[in-house]
Design a protein. Sequence first.
Length: 116
Amino acid sequence: VQLQASGGGLVQPGGSPRLSCAASGRIFGIDTMGWYRQAPGKQRDLVARVTSAGSTDYADSVKGRFTISRDNAKNTVYLQMNSLKPEDTAVYYCSYYSTPYSRYYWGQGTLVTVSS
């Protein structure tokens, strides 16, 4: 599975960028797509994820501000980020978990910098 992410960049506090990630390759339709982030000097943590059935899960720090969605026909996951704060600055990684193969795949990461 290959993941191609887009979006991110420099955003002002309060901004609302959207990240996209398209998956290709061995996709069987039973999976979870999501976003993780890693700030400098910190571990990689879950931001949000969505299953192929549409169930979602969010980190407490982004609940009410971020929305994850997916287009199964395009094998694409989106992360709408609203009300961004400086502490949201991180490299955001798209993830794909294949249920049949029980393994994760990762995108290349996209940097989101929240600064005025």
